[in-house]
Design a protein around this ligand. Structure first.
Ligand SMILES: *[C@@H]1O[C@H](CO)[C@@H](O)[C@H](O)[C@H]1NC(C)=O
Ligand SMILES: *[C@@H]1O[C@H](CO)[C@@H](O)[C@H](O)[C@H]1NC(C)=O
Ligand SMILES: *[C@@H]1O[C@H](CO)[C@@H](O)[C@H](O)[C@H]1NC(C)=O
Ligand SMILES: *[C@@H]1O[C@H](CO)[C@@H](O)[C@H](O)[C@H]1NC(C)=O
Ligand SMILES: *[C@@H]1O[C@H](CO)[C@@H](O)[C@H](O)[C@H]1NC(C)=O
Length: 481
């Protein structure tokens, strides 16, 4: 009995084998044919692949697996010494933990008189790998030079290389470019950053490598404003924005003398923003200040002017007037020191419907500037400093014409810079007839004493002089307080 059990298993196994054998060998007279067809198998390395070879009517013929000239198996005998290779009972060839060198053609052949065969192609997919990047992972280049980045990758299928910049777009303005080599022409400081090469082929994980580009350049200074308007006992802030690698050294100078931090001169460096604070400005403080920045690539400087003169005025009246022959121009200025004079210049540009520039040119050619002074006594008190609004009614204009005006104001330190040219247009009809005749009646042409009212913070001057199309009116305000 003890023997019987293993024996019966052997018998059963034999029976099973012969049953299978009889099932395949349906008709020994018929030639064997392949049920499996030639195929391409794409697998990643380390995986297992099974290459099928199913045959109908195998008959007595021997089935052979070959790779090139090497025979891997013959019949039920495995020839290959490679432990990763096994032959399954259905004659399929199984390869475990495939390696890149397993790639190639595998032939399953039936040893008939004229052998017939199928060929499987094994493709081993390899995730992308970046073999090297050129010129280096960290690169320092001088401003203005050109650089070429190269990213060399391997993998199967060959990976696609894409360049991008971390937290930024590429200098070309694109988010990414697909190219092996990325060229940057004439680099400037905005092209500094971390560039990333990404290799992808759809197999496994993408590969990435960085190139950090540092652009070396002499410091660049940007002024927040080239002129700082201030007044006595005020605090003035002079600001230089300094761009530069390797921490530029920033110093402040006045008249070639280096300024050291004191109670009066406070120097605040904050990242790229360097501020010189002048506390309690005195007349001696007015003048030109230089901020100078230096690093190992060079040095640069910029001048900031601290001045007591008023800033340029801002004209605030609407561009289209309400009346045919007069226009109320009003402006604002923030002065730290009392304003003593105004200078209003205006001229005809031309008919609104015509080309204003050509008209202006021809008319101007034939005429001279006609300058007049108007002395204006002040009634009431005028607030001396802070934001001030003023207006002046320009009389004797032509209807439906375009004019250009400039306004400057003066305090004891001098004239403000000229404001931008302000253009306005007279109306072709009087919008309101109730107010204007009254105004004209009170203000005869040439009447220089025609101040109507002064309120705190607001000077309104009405009056005009003989009319040509180019005027300059200088108004001197006399202060009683
Ligand atoms: C590339 O740089 C970015 C940002 O500095 C960083 O997050 C990333 O890990 C870097 N990648 C490699 C591959 O060094
Ligand atoms: C500013 O300086 C003037 C004199 O130079 C002085 O009278 C005044 O008290 C100072 N003001 C402040 C706020 O320090
Ligand atoms: C300051 O600079 C301005 C403009 O650069 C110049 O017009 C002016 O004369 C200079 N002032 C002094 C006191 O050097
Ligand atoms: C001119 O405009 C100013 C400010 O808008 C105003 O206060 C003033 O009354 C106007 N004057 C005339 C004559 O319309
Ligand atoms: C008034 O301004 C005009 C133009 O800006 C200028 O030509 C003229 O000299 C100035 N007049 C005075 C007295 O400043």
């Amino acid at each position: 009995m003890r023997l019987l059990l293993p024996v019966s298993i052997i018998v059963l196994t034999l029976l099973k084998d012969s049953w299978q054998a009889t099932k395949i060998k349906i008709d020994p007279g018929v030639k064997p044919t392949f049920i499996s067809t030639s195929q391409v198998f794409k697998v990643q390395s380390d995986e297992t692949v099974v290459l099928p070879c199913r045959v109908a009517n195998p008959g007595p013929f021997v089935l052979v697996w070959k790779r090139g000239i090497a025979v891997l198996s013959a019949g039920e005998t495995l020839v290959s010494p490679d432990p990763r290779v096994t032959l399954n009972p259905d004659y399929s060839l199984e390869i475990k933990e495939v390696l890149p060198q397993d790639a190639g053609d595998y032939v399953c052949q039936i040893g008939t008189l004229e052998p017939i065969e199928i060929t499987h192609t094994l493709v081993i997919l390899l995730p992308p790998r970046i073999d090297y990047i050129k010129p280096a992972e960290h690169l320092d280049v001088k401003i203005g030079s050109s650089v070429r980045f190269e990213c060399k990758s391997s993998g199967n299928p060959p990976p696609k290389i894409t360049w991008s910049r971390i937290n930024n777009i590429l200098p070309s303005g694109e988010q990414t470019v697909t190219t092996q080599e990325l060229t940057l022409d004439k680099v400037d400081r905005r092209q500094a950053g971390t560039y990333q090469c990404l290799a992808s082929n759809g197999v496994g994980e993408d590969a990435r490598k960085n190139i950090t580009l540092k652009v070396l350049y002499p410091p660049e200074i940007v002024l927040e404003t080239p002129v700082v308007y201030s007044g006595l006992n005020k605090e003035a802030q002079l600001v230089c924005i300094v761009h530069g690698v390797n921490q530029p050294t920033v110093t402040w100078h006045k008249h070639n003398l280096r300024l050291n931090p004191t109670e009066h001169h406070i120097i605040v460096p904050r990242v790229t923003r360097y501020t010189l604070i002048i506390r309690n400005v005195t007349e001696n403080d007015f003048g030109n200040y230089t901020c100078q920045a230096e690093n190992d690539q060079g040095r640069s400087k910029k001048v900031i002017q601290l001045t007591g003169v008023p800033p340029p005025v801002k004209v605030v009246s609407p561009r289209t007037g309400k009346c045919k022959d007069n226009y109320n121009i009003s402006w604002e200025v923030e002065s730290f020191t009392p304003i003593t004079e105004y200078n209003l210049t205006y001229r005809l540009l031309g008919d609104v419907n015509e080309d204003s520039t050509s008209k202006y040119a021809t008319k101007r050619g034939g005429k001279r500037f006609d300058k007049r002074k108007l002395a204006m006594p002040i009634i009431g008190s005028l607030q001396s400093v802070g934001l001030q609004s003023m207006s002046y009614n320009i009389r004797g204009l032509e209807p439906n014409q375009q004019y250009e005006a400039h306004v400057t104001v003066k305090n004891k330190y001098g004239w403000s810079p000229e404001s931008e040219a302000f253009t306005f247009k007279t109306s072709d009809s009087d919008e309101s007839t109730a107010d204007n005749p009254h105004l004209f009646a009170d203000n005869a042409i040439g009447d220089v004493q025609s101040v109507r009212s002064f309120t705190a913070n607001k000077a309104q001057l009405i009056g005009s002089t003989a009319v040509t199309f180019i005027y300059t009116i200088l108004i001197i305000l006399l202060f009683f307080n």
